[in-house]
Design a protein. Structure first.
Length: 400
């Protein structure tokens, strides 16, 4: 076990243990990096346990006062770590002894693997309060029917379960969790008061000032809908302004070559620029005229909020919580999923109406400031934690 440099004795602070896969990349990691330091600054003693590896962003949360422990990965293999019993056994053992030594008041589980392992360990270690966060729709259960059964059993042992969109909350209730245990807490982001300079951002990306630019920030995974986007764009070559580009940022999960071939076959490969993993997201957003997320499935996307906070009109598919963030016709455009024509029509609408783009983008930024701030998200978590602790104290008093 990569033991953190924390005081493992039982101190007087409220102790929160977060169990996740790693602090590497992804929406859950971004959420944790935003929320956990703020909880630590507000008086919570916070430890994050990573089941697979620390991840490249672990130092970022440690510098902000959050301790990180990690179970070393026994081997670099593809696929879920749940497929490898030796690693699961080691991680389970390390997590159990951490719980026994530190005795957290609350154990909070993120993502399916950490939930399956962490919740069982927390039950065995008799942790007082157990909370699970579901951050996506449960489509993964179709490929893992045993996981679905195990999760439903664990639901009965949870003190609270959090969904990050109404769509996720509905699924949790359908899985048999009482409504009184289910909470809706939206993702939150920081809204910078000053946006990067548009001209400088474009110069850095080699874009002319008059180029119409759309941006997609999503890992190249089949369900993110890049294929539908390319097909939708292929019908617009003669209708869009002479200079237009779509910037695609995200890690390739095996479909980039197919997408490039599709774009070439449709005659628009020179219009779509694949950037790979791109670290300076604010600059990328600053260079754009509108944003896109054409997923087939989502929970609640941070990327949508980041685009809105940058003042972009967003085109999103009506899946998961997308339409809870983007209000159609007010802060962006919402289109049906798996529908290239609808995607193309929405792009054409924004391309032809710069004043509409400006109006939607301004309204989108105000909506994020009002409804999806990181402070609001952190407060909702802290309030839930305090509520759960109060209930435990009330039970103790009643028992006495």
């Amino acid at each position: 076990l990569n033991t953190p440099s924390m005081q493992l004795q039982n101190n007087s602070q409220r102790r929160l243990l977060v169990v996740t896969e790693s602090l590497g990349v992804g929406g859950t990691v971004s959420h944790l990096i935003r929320t956990l330091p703020r909880l630590a600054a507000s008086g919570w003693s916070v430890v994050t346990f990573c089941l697979t590896e620390r991840g490249e962003r672990a130092g970022q949360v440690e510098a902000a006062g959050v301790e990180v422990a990690a179970s070393p990965r026994l081997a670099r293999r593809k696929g879920s770590f749940l497929r490898y019993p030796a690693h699961v056994a080691l991680a389970t053992n390390n997590l159990y002894w951490l719980m026994q030594r530190w005795r957290p008041h609350i154990a909070h589980f993120y993502l399916p693997g950490p939930y399956l392992i962490g919740a069982h360990v927390a039950i065995a270690a008799r942790i007082p309060i157990k909370i699970m966060s579901r951050r996506s729709l449960s489509d993964y259960q179709r490929s893992w029917p045993l996981v679905a059964k195990l999760e439903r059993r664990l639901h009965t042992k949870m003190d609270a379960v959090i969904g990050n969109s109404r769509a996720v909350v509905r699924q949790l209730i359908e899985e048999g969790i009482p409504e009184t245990k289910v909470r809706l807490i939206y993702n939150g982001i920081e809204v910078s008061p000053v946006l990067p300079d548009r001209n400088e951002a474009r110069q850095a990306l080699g874009l002319d000032s008059d180029t119409l630019v759309g941006v997609v920030i999503a890992n190249l995974i089949h369900y993110k809908g890049h294929r539908e986007l390319v097909r939708g764009l292929s019908h617009l070559e003669q209708e869009l302004p002479e200079n237009w580009r779509i910037l695609v940022a995200g890690r390739d999960h095996g479909i980039r070559a197919e997408l490039e071939e599709l774009a070439a076959a449709r005659g628009i490969s020179h219009r779509i620029q694949f950037l790979g993993e791109y670290s300076d997201i604010p600059r990328l957003l600053a260079a754009a005229d509108f944003g896109l997320l054409t997923s087939r499935e989502e929970g609640f996307s941070n990327v949508i909020l980041e685009g809105m906070a940058a003042g972009l009109a967003m085109i999103v598919t009506d899946v998961g919580g997308n339409a809870e963030a983007v209000l159609h016709g007010e802060t962006g455009l919402v289109v049906p999923p798996r529908n290239p024509k609808a995607i193309g029509d929405a792009i054409l609408e924004l391309a032809r109406n710069p004043e509409q783009r400006k109006r939607l983008g301004a309204a989108a930024r105000k909506r994020v400031e009002r409804e999806f701030s990181i402070d609001k998200c952190v407060k909702a978590h802290a309030d839930l934690y305090e509520e759960m602790l109060d209930k435990i104290e009330a039970r103790k008093v009643a028992a006495e």
